[in-house]
Each structure stands twice: as structure tokens, then as C-alpha cells.
Write a protein that binds this ligand. Structure first.
Ligand SMILES: Cc1ncc(COP(=O)(O)O)c(C=O)c1O
Length: 391
């Protein structure tokens, strides 16, 4: 990829919603197309050997539909550069290889997406990367887990999946940097509309764009947004060298989702607040876990670093695992399924579904836990559905 190939995000200083709609792309100079075309091409005609137009030579290295998405991602997270991948895990794998070497160590969350843990534990460990878990809501525990000279990354999710713990990004960035490590924040649950970790001192943001960023459960993708040029160069090299990039159709769909991120997130938050309130007073529900509730231990930190509290709600059932499984199976408007962040509401049992891969580890989740991805349907219908499923 040549130096000419640039991400357009000249919209610094304008509101989030404006960036979501305009960043990454100027209407096409030839046709005036206001939406980035799907460049279904693997290669590009050169104007003589090495004479590239706009820096494009081969679509693993760069493709204009993907460039537009990457520019939008960088603008939304207020980063130096954005990178799109074929899945969230592909983004994570590329980042680990770009920033770590065999023998290094990473601090990981003691509550994390099961697939992220599996990547660290079953793929990165055999490659030579060590890891140890720490609670993201305990700054001292994270500090104590850092091994000076060896720890290269402090990796957090906030809110975590599925226990919705909140990590104080600013404090954890300081702790990571004091220990000579970089702070990586998986911002999938919050989305860049609710939280921008790079502005709070994080070095890299990770997304499964499959979730809120894409927002319509119709595409799998991942992203990295980085704070500085040095990290950008390493990720640029590895993105091309490892090749886990999205095709132009997937890049187009993900970028289309971004344009409505702000309005979708506000409705997700409205509905989640209603659902959390309803569950709080239900006798079959033992504990409701939602960062917007004052009873949540991370509420104050969440209030400081998030615009609102998100669309994810977890709860524990008074009558144990069997009751949790029953609720998942009885729900009708909430679809029983993995994933999250789409316009439709989803319900799942993390212990047997998304987090089955952490069973028997420090990251094991409670068996009576149910996780909801609250969608943007009518809130009364969502509450009526949970009511019938719980009764
Ligand atoms: C918080 C979080 N990070 C990363 C991922 C992995 O993303 P993908 O499924 O797009 O590979 C997921 C998937 O559920 C997730 O929930």
C-alpha cells in the first residue's frame, strides 16, 4: 500500500452524529454518489509499473469501500487510524501479533467474551504469549498483575461480557503506562457513541463490528482504532501480511450501519433502562446487572466515562439454572440466540452458549445468569414478553 492511500476524516470538531454520517467518504468525484460504492474488485490497473492510482494495488492491502469504513471508524473513536477486519476475533489476533512477541505477557479481564479468552488461552499461549486474569473494576488488582518488563498489554472490556463490570479507563491507562504496557479496550458493548476510550488514554480500541457498529445482525466484522502512528504502522503491516480483511460487501454493510449508530443506541438505552427497572421488581429475579442502576458497583465510573449505559442487561434467576434456561426458551419477542447489538432483542444463557469456552476457568460465569441484548422494538412488548417468560 502506498503513502498516497489516505483515510478521509476531516470532520474534527463536529458532533458525533455528523461524523457517523459523513466521515470517511467524500461524494465520488466522477458520479457524485453520496454513498461509497461497493468496489467489487481484487486488483487495480496501474498507470505503468508501480504507478498506483490513489494507492490502490490489490484489495487485501486496500479497497476503497473498506477505506471509507476505516476512515469512519477512526473518526468515531477519535483515533489516528482505523482498520477493518473480517471478524472481531480476526482484529484481536492481528493486534496480538502486531504488538506482542513470544515470551511476552498480557493482563486479560477475569470476565471477558468467551471467544477472546479462547484466543488468548488456546491460540496465543501455544504461540508463546502468557496471560493472567484480573478484575477490570479493581485497579489495584490490575496493577498487581502487571509483570514489569514482560507485560506488553493490559486488555479490558468495559462493560464486560456478560457480567457488565465497569473498568475505569483513565485510571487503567495510567496503571498500564506506569507498568510499561499499552491499554487495549474492547469497546464492543458500549459502541463509540457511548464511550471513546482513546480520548481517556487508551492506546487501542477493539470492536466486534458484528454488534452495535453494524447493528442489524447481517454482517460479521471487526475493527481496531489506534491512537498513534507507531502502532498504526505495525497494524498496517500485519493487517496486510495476515490478510484477515473484510470484503467490500461486508465493509459496505458495516459502514451503512454506522450512519444510524447514534439514534439506534439512544433507543437501545431507553429500552434497556425500562427492562432493567421492570426486572428489578420481579420476584423471580434475584439480581439485575445494569450499569445504569445506582446499585451497580461501577455506576459512578460508568456515569463519568459513558454517555449512557448501553443496551445490555444481565440478570440472575432466583430459582437457579433451570429457571434461567426456562426463561430463555419461553421468550418469544426476545429471540434465543448468540450475538448482540442488533435492532432485534436477543436472549441467551451465557454459561451454556457464548461463554461455554470458559467453563472450569477463573472466567466461569454463574449458571443462573441470563443475558439480554435489548433491541429497539416497542419497550412495552419487550416487558410483556419477559413477564410471560418469567411467570
Ligand atoms: C465483547 C466482544 N468482543 C469480541 C467479540 C468477537 O467478535 P466476532 O464474533 O465478530 O469475531 C465478541 C463476540 O461476541 C464480543 O462480544
Amino acid at each position: 500500500m502506498s503513502q498516497e492511500h489516505r483515510q478521509e476524516h476531516p470532520l474534527k470538531g463536529v458532533g458525533f452524529e455528523t461524523r457517523a454520517i459523513h466521515a470517511g467518504y467524500e461524494p465520488d468525484p466522477t458520479t457524485g454518489a453520496v454513498i461509497p460504492p461497493i468496489y467489487a474488485t481484487s486488483t487495480y490497473k496501474q498507470d505503468g509499473v508501480g504507478g498506483l492510482r490513489g494507492g490502490y494495488e490489490y484489495s487485501r492491502s486496500a479497497n476503497p469501500t473498506r477505506t471509507a469504513l476505516e476512515g469512519a471508524l477512526a473518526a468515531l473513536e477519535e483515533g489516528e487510524r482505523g482498520f477493518a477486519f473480517s471478524s472481531g476475533l480476526a482484529a484481536e489476533d492481528t493486534l496480538l501479533r502486531a504488538l506482542c512477541r513470544p515470551g511476552d505477557h498480557a493482563v486479560i479481564p477475569d470476565d471477558a467474551y468467551g471467544g477472546t479468552f479462547r484466543l488468548f488461552d488456546k491460540v496465543a499461549v501455544p504461540w508463546g504469549l502468557k496471560h493472567s486474569p484480573a478484575a477490570v473494576d479493581d485497579v489495584d488488582a490490575v496493577r498487581a498483575s502487571i509483570r514489569p518488563g514482560e507485560t506488553k498489554l493490559v486488555w479490558i472490556e468495559t462493560p464486560t461480557n456478560p457480567m457488565l463490570s465497569i473498568g475505569d479507563i483513565e485510571a487503567l491507562a495510567a496503571v498500564a503506562h506506569e507498568g510499561g504496557a499499552l491499554l487495549v479496550v474492547d469497546n464492543t458493548f458500549a459502541s463509540p457513541y457511548l464511550q471513546q476510550p482513546l480520548t481517556l488514554g487508551a492506546d487501542v480500541v477493539v470492536h466486534s463490528t458484528t454488534k452495535y457498529v453494524g447493528g442489524h445482525s447481517d454482517v460479521v466484522g471487526g475493527a481496531l482504532v489506534v491512537r498513534d502512528q507507531e502502532i498504526a504502522e505495525k497494524v498496517t503491516f500485519h493487517q496486510n501480511a495476515m490478510g484477515a480483511v473484510p470484503g467490500p460487501f461486508d465493509a459496505f454493510l458495516t459502514h451503512r450501519g454506522i450512519k444510524t449508530l447514534a439514534v439506534r443506541m439512544d433507543r437501545h438505552c431507553d429500552n434497556a433502562e425500562r427492562v432493567a427497572d421492570f426486572l428489578t421488581s420481579h420476584p423471580k429475579v434475584d439480581t439485575v446487572i445494569y450499569p445504569g442502576l445506582e446499585t451497580h458497583p461501577g455506576h459512578e465510573v460508568a456515569q463519568r466515562q459513558m454517555r449512557r449505559f448501553g443496551g445490555m442487561v444481565s440478570f440472575r434467576c432466583t430459582d437457579g439454572e433451570a429457571a434461567a434456561l426456562r426463561v430463555c426458551e419461553r421468550a418469544e419477542v426476545f429471540t434465543l440466540g448468540e450475538s448482540l447489538g442488533g435492532v432485534e432483542s436477543l436472549i441467551e444463557h451465557p454459561g451454556r452458549m457464548t461463554h461455554a469456552s470458559v467453563a472450569g476457568t477463573d472466567l466461569e460465569v454463574p449458571a443462573d445468569l441470563v443475558r439480554l441484548s435489548v433491541g429497539i422494538e416497542n419497550a412495552d412488548d419487550l416487558i410483556a414478553d419477559l413477564e410471560q417468560a418469567l411467570d
